[in-house]
Design a protein around this ligand. Structure first.
Ligand SMILES: NC(=O)c1ccc[n+]([C@@H]2O[C@H](COP(=O)([O-])OP(=O)(O)OC[C@H]3O[C@@H](n4cnc5c(N)ncnc54)[C@H](OP(=O)(O)O)[C@@H]3O)[C@@H](O)[C@H]2O)c1
Length: 310
């Protein structure tokens, strides 16, 4: 099992003790795949502290390549070899470890040939600083080019009942190459957990307030889909989040969802998403209520959409 360890929406820092307790509870539950990034506030530092005496058996993933801007929308990308080397050293220091298990390029830099970025990441593997390499939000063509330089262990992209774009081209490419898909935002950024009814329930500094899927009419239409999925969950005697995660898990053993939560109860709930058995009938029902393209609105605001590798 896996979990995203970050406060990706507000960067308003969960207190350190709570974050450490959350990681420890995840490990106690058998969750051994942790996901963070150099730009997730001080998440790397907290995860590092949590793993100080519990590193064994954990697969720790972090990322580099996004350069923070003055605002969330103002971010840039730097996939240069120098930045790969520099960021890796900083992350190792923040995490307090000697080797990162899975090191991702967070966004592909259009100004740097992917061969150069992955070449530098491969050097990090040879130096013992990184065990394996991943890409995030990379196109099938980019993954193929990268994989010729060094095996790409995983590609991380958004995948859920709300975002099924990877099914067309990316997933078949990954399967051909033997690369795993790490499914981020598997709860549709919270929609599929059925916790909020209005955008006003999000914190004032929560960046989802500017996400296209959370705007006006689009929010209402997405909420209606999530409500129908929640109804199916209730009929099956599981929670909406568990059903959404079970759906991702049912798409293949090579797909690993990384739900994010800051709350121990929801962590425990999500850890039980391996329990629901989805029948063919359940999967067909979900296909009818959430077919490809059902969720409306772009995944990011225009400036952030530009950072995706199309
Ligand atoms: N590579 C990338 O570019 C990228 C982009 C985005 C995310 N990620 C990674 O993916 C991870 C997960 O993505 P995400 O956080 O964006 O989206 P997500 O997992 O789809 O949704 C997280 C939201 O769902 C809520 N939630 C979690 N469990 C729940 C439950 N059982 N019931 C109801 N609500 C629940 C969380 O709130 P609470 O915290 O209040 O529980 C949070 O608001 C992140 O932590 C990060 O590691 C990567």
């Amino acid at each position: 099992m896996s979990i995203g360890i970050a406060d990706v929406y507000t960067s308003s820092a969960q207190c350190e003790n709570d974050a450490i307790a959350l990681v420890h509870r995840a490990l106690d539950l058998g969750i051994n795949f942790l996901d963070t990034a150099n730009i997730y506030g001080d998440s790397e530092i907290k995860v590092g502290k949590a793993l100080q005496r519990r590193r064994e058996g954990v697969v720790l993933a972090t990322k580099f390549g996004i350069v923070p801007g003055s605002s969330y929308q103002d971010r840039a990308v730097d996939g240069s070899p120098e930045n790969a080397r520099r960021c890796c050293d900083v992350s190792l220091q923040r995490l307090g470890i000697e080797t990162i298990d899975l090191y991702y390029l967070h966004r592909v830099d259009p100004r740097v040939p992917i061969e150069d970025t992955v070449g530098a990441m491969a050097d990090l593997v040879r130096a013992g600083k990184v065990r394996s390499i991943g890409l995030s939000e990379a196109s099938p063509a980019t993954v193929r080019r990268a994989n010729k330089v060094h095996p790409i262990t995983a590609v991380q992209t958004e995948y859920s009942l709300f975002t099924r774009d990877p099914e067309d081209e990316l997933l078949p490419t990954l399967r051909e190459l033997g690369t795993s898909l790490v499914a981020y935002s598997p709860l549709g950024r919270g929609f599929l957990g059925a916790r909020f009814r209005s955008i006003d329930e999000l914190a004032p500094n929560d960046w989802r307030r500017s996400n296209p899927r959370f705007q006006g009419e689009q929010f209402q239409r997405n909420l209606a889909i999530a409500d129908t999925i929640a109804e199916i969950a209730r009929e099956k005697g599981v929670t909406p989040a568990q059903l959404a995660l079970a759906w991702v898990l049912a798409q293949g053993k090579d797909i690993v969802p990384i739900p994010g939560t800051s709350n121990v109860n929801r962590l425990e709930e999500n850890a039980r998403s391996l329990d629901p058995v989805l029948t063919t009938d359940d999967l067909e029902r979900l296909e009818r209520v959430a077919p490809k393209g059902a969720a409306v609105g772009d995944r990011y605001e225009p400036r952030m959409m530009e950072l995706l590798n199309g």
